[in-house]
Write a protein that binds this ligand. Sequence first.
Ligand SMILES: CCCCCCCCCCCCC[C@H](O)CC(=O)SCCNC(=O)CCNC(=O)[C@H](O)C(C)(C)COP(=O)(O)OP(=O)(O)OC[C@H]1O[C@@H](n2cnc3c(N)ncnc32)[C@H](O)[C@@H]1OP(=O)(O)O
Ligand SMILES: NC(=O)c1ccc[n+]([C@@H]2O[C@H](COP(=O)([O-])OP(=O)(O)OC[C@H]3O[C@@H](n4cnc5c(N)ncnc54)[C@H](O)[C@@H]3O)[C@@H](O)[C@H]2O)c1
Length: 724
Amino acid sequence: VLNYASVHPPVHLLRYTVVQDISAVVRALEQGVKKADVDPAVKAVVICGTNGTFSAGADIRGFSSIQAGDRPSLASVIDLIERSEKPVVAAIEGMALGGALEVALGCHYRVAHAQAWVGLPEVTLGLLPGAGGTQRLPRLIGVPAALDLITTGKHVLAAEALKLGIIDEIMEENTIDAAIHLANKVSGQPLNSRRLSLKQVQSLPNMDAILSEALVKVKKQARGCLSPEMCVQAVKASVQLPFTEGIRKERELFNLLLSSGQAKALQYVFFAQRAAQKWTTSSGASWKTASAQPIRKVAVIGLGTMGRGIVTSLVKAKMSVVALEQDQKQLEVGARAVTSLLEREASKMPWIGQRPDACDPALLQFTLDFSVLQDADLVIEAVFEDMALKKEIFHKLSAICKPGSFLCTNTSALDIDEIASATSRPHQVIGTHFFSPAHVMKLVEIIHGRHTSPITIATAMGLAKTIGKIGVVVGNCFGFVGNRMMAPYAEQAVFLLEEGCKPKEVDQALEGFGFNLGPFRMLDLAGLDVGWRSRKGQGLTGPKLAPGTPARLRGRRRYSPLPDLLCENGRYGQKTGRGWYQYEKPGARIANPDPWLHNFLIRYRDAHHIKARFIDEEEILERCLYTLINEGFQILDDGIASDPEDIDVIYIYGYGWPKHRGGPMFYASTIGLPRILAKLQKYSEAHPDIPRMQPSAFLKKLVFLGNPPLKEWMSHAGHQSSKL
Ligand SMILES: CCCCCCCCCCCCC[C@H](O)CC(=O)SCCNC(=O)CCNC(=O)[C@H](O)C(C)(C)COP(=O)(O)OP(=O)(O)OC[C@H]1O[C@@H](n2cnc3c(N)ncnc32)[C@H](O)[C@@H]1OP(=O)(O)O
Ligand SMILES: NC(=O)c1ccc[n+]([C@@H]2O[C@H](COP(=O)([O-])OP(=O)(O)OC[C@H]3O[C@@H](n4cnc5c(N)ncnc54)[C@H](O)[C@@H]3O)[C@@H](O)[C@H]2O)c1
């Protein structure tokens, strides 16, 4: 912490560097303000940061050591700032986030650089602004705007902050000089009207409705995440209680969140997401040894469900795109879909309209002609999930595309090495597995094959970042990480139906856990035909299945033909208006329980002599989640994912795993590996024909080693087998 005194007398300049040691900063602020207060030569104070940044707030790594009782100290220093008889001006450059914005709210004036931005992101870390932010901000900008900022954690640019009333002045340059000028100007003027704690929250006739609607909204969006709800409660306190009592309530709610476990999970996700960006392969390649090649022009082949979303993401990031289809009709359908997605995206971001080059048709070209792809820097194939078709396309691309171009496949599960074998450049072939809807979902699994070069990995990771996605590098196996873990989860869900559940009971249990969609609503949305085609391809059903195969066994493994039977009945999910649920019409979204399906399940159980039983929520959750987690341990042991954090990032950003539970592997660590192992052992004894329930050797090893913390797991994995 640097502390410059009286650089521009009579203004006392308190200059702080990036916050690492919370208590050191709090102490230094306290000392600085007290010194300025008693020094008769000082007439005013400016608080600013160093190197062009006010502060990004507290070091999150320090939170684990914060004790509930530590909190008041920043709050009391902010009170001290506010109570000062000399005007205190915050000079905000770069950013003022979290505790830093709370400090600025305690100042009497706030000046910001035009490029600066501010926010209270605590909610995203499972907390709430606990140093008076929830009580001062509503007093400054009103309840609706404060609720919006505090419950979402969004950052706003200086211009918007000025409009909201958070900032008093914006500077194009030299913010600190401007702050000093302002401090001099207001020196000697009365300060009470600038002290937010003395202000009343502006009353609104519909205040009760605003607060209760906000509560309903966050409860619906957050699905079990406590912090947004507590943020609303804290803002409500600012309306209903005097300032000091509101502060007491804020502290009580903050302490509750700090000890809830959700804060720990969300802070783990913050770092896991950043760690996933630092990929390393088993040969030691990483960002240090390979850099991303510049990508100016991208080609996308196939404008179906995935291709159209991928094109939209690329155009939104202002990349030049060529989109290719197999015939004129599909091209027109695809082009219309992309145009409508881009229009919808533009309407969500009004400021895009102000940029003349946004959604520029010159950025996007539709074609049927493969030769147009020759100068593309990178191609993403998103045609049907059919190995023969993919190989044919990659063979063609290998001949047409310029030597430097990278060839990517969006396959959900197929072997990257086999696809690469159809080209003369397997080192430039890689999987880029986007998730549906591709213009919305943040995740891209980056799958490298045996021959994929580090530059190709770096380039795919770089592209993901450019288009605002989170790339996670994984190894090559059927289903990679995400879909490989999804398979035992979905399989359990169907077995539970065979044994007595209804789709809604399974979905409700998993939605109650925090998933946006339970497995059956998710399958109906994705289309049941997708899995059916894959199972036919694998010979699990359809014409390739050996005659005489028992309906519910494949080899010695339990198999459920239920999903195949639904498809044979034309029930593909939402798209056909019938699936695990019924819908008002094809394409409708509201899933209603279907008596036809319930009768069908009764007949099915009768035909296979299955006695239906009541299955409680605990069993539903344990069987679905623990088998998914078990596969995660197997994936770590196989070297398909380099660490548990990568798996967690994949599940949070690709599959809607509730973020406040930290991802499946973090969740397993909170439950305790011995318990997961014991439950898997119990279920696998009851169901010996379900091999995926048998505990993975790696899970057993970790339990044997005494349940080490997640950070240490990989030091016990079999690194020899790494596919990374
Ligand atoms: C001038 C006077 C200042 C007075 C300030 C007083 C503050 C006192 C605090 C007291 C305690 C009060 C607690 C308070 O109520 C609550 C908080 O403040 S909570 C923290 C709020 N802040 C955030 O949530 C910011 C989180 N960070 C970000 O949003 C982004 O990282 C960023 C800052 C916008 C930068 O984004 P990028 O440029 O994309 O860079 P990265 O995200 O990749 O980050 C780079 C690197 O930094 C690490 N990092 C970033 N923020 C933090 C952080 N808050 N704590 C710890 N580490 C952080 C990040 O992990 C990266 O490192 P790597 O993981 O790659 O090693
Ligand atoms: N749908 C999903 O949820 C999802 C999610 C992730 C990955 N994937 C994968 O993405 C790929 C595409 O899936 P989808 O759901 O978008 O399929 P889709 O059936 O919706 O679209 C495929 C498109 O490819 C086009 N096409 C077929 N052959 C072509 C050719 N020779 N040249 C040009 N275009 C051709 C088709 O006309 C069609 O428009 C598959 O590999 C799939 O496994 C799908």
